[in-house]
Design a protein around this ligand. Structure first.
Ligand code: FRU
Length: 329
């Protein structure tokens, strides 16, 4: 391994097949393309704690230089991630956390702050009164626990807002849809609903639509661009608002590279968040389209550089053999 690549970075992802995490991986790969001598190993645990533990155990036994991990649920993943850290393999935790705090760096938004921001926003929209239901993510995942703490804390100051209904959608649209259907009689009594991600918010929206209920304002988290994601659904009026939750793929790789190259880095790399609603979603979409165009440009340029380099090496070796044959003749 040592001759081929300078370092091996492993990434253990809790769930692979959702748009938010696909965006994260794309960002990582793009940033990695600037470091051709890095070997990147990717493992998708498909939302299964046991599988993620097993995958990290295998990675640990395969000479990795650094682990990036987004732990499915905090408690079950803590021991194995701690054992990587204790073997002096640097650990970059991203998005979700373990419960020990044993890591070199964290990259992601502050989920308590996101819950807090959602609470403040909902209080403002509902003029400090009414009923709000919440739809949580996977109960043991740090992002869900932190969003809930932040949200409840923000609403402690508004005694006229009641949070009586709490459903769990495990971060999944389908699950949230089914839970919403099952609990429709209590759900429909609410004025607003906060789902801890946009996909669950859309599942709830679908269930309410089927009942012909469109009075309830639904707020989510993520505000991802692309068809069927938060930004577009806000523009369509299906979601009322969403708290921006950046994926941090680029920053995770940058932090990993700084650690590997023994450059200074921060332990806490907190990404910004803000409320997205109809007023600014359009602007966000424009910006994201622009960035995508620029990324395509960068990709094209990089391909050109690779081609040029190959051409140069080829010419150099031809030139060398010409020189050699001239000298010999
Ligand atoms: C994606 C996701 C996001 C959410 C995050 C929380 O898998 O469910 O929608 O914001 O994970 O960790």
């Amino acid at each position: 391994k040592q001759e081929r690549s300078k370092f091996v970075i492993a990434f253990s992802q809790c769930v692979g097949n959702d748009a938010w995490r696909e965006t994260m991986l794309e960002e990582m790969k793009r940033e990695l393309s600037f470091y051709p001598d890095i070997e990147f190993i990717y493992r998708d645990a498909q939302g299964d704690n046991e599988k993620q533990i097993q995958q990290i155990r295998e990675l640990l036994n395969s000479d990795i230089n650094l682990l990036i991990v987004s732990p499915n649920e905090a408690e079950p993943l803590t021991a194995i991630v701690d054992s990587v850290f204790q073997k002096n393999i640097p650990v970059v935790v991203t998005d979700r956390k373990t419960s020990s705090g044993l890591y070199n760096a964290y990259v992601g938004a502050d989920n308590t702050a996101i819950g807090h921001l959602a609470g403040q926003y909902i209080a403002q929209v509902s003029e400090n009164r009414g009923r709000v239901a919440i739809v949580t993510g996977l109960m043991g995942s740090s992002a869900s626990m932190e969003r809930e703490n932040g949200f409840r804390e923000a609403l402690e100051k508004t005694p006229n807002i009641q949070i009586d209904v709490q459903l769990s959608g495990d971060w999944e649209k389908e699950k949230a849809y089914l839970e919403a259907k099952k609990n429709m009689s209590s759900l429909q009594e609410n004025d607003m609903i906060l789902a801890f991600n946009d996909q669950m918010a859309l599942g709830v929206k679908q269930a309410l639509d089927e009942q012909g209920i469109d009075r309830i304002k639904i707020v989510g988290v993520d505000a991802l661009p692309g068809a069927g994601n938060g930004l577009e659904e806000i523009m369509k009026g299906n979601l009322y608002a969403s708290m921006l939750y950046p994926t941090g793929g680029t920053e995770a790789i940058r932090t990993a590279m700084a650690i590997l190259n023994k450059q200074p880095y921060k332990r806490e790399n907190i990404l910004g968040t803000l409320v997205i609603n109809k007023e600014n979603a359009g602007l966000m979409i424009l910006q994201s389209n622009k960035i995508q165009e620029q990324q395509k440009d960068i990709d094209k340029r990089q391909e050109l550089i690779v081609e040029q380099k190959a051409l140069y090496l080829n010419q150099k070796s031809t030139l060398n053999s010409v020189v050699i044959s001239l000298v010999l003749s």
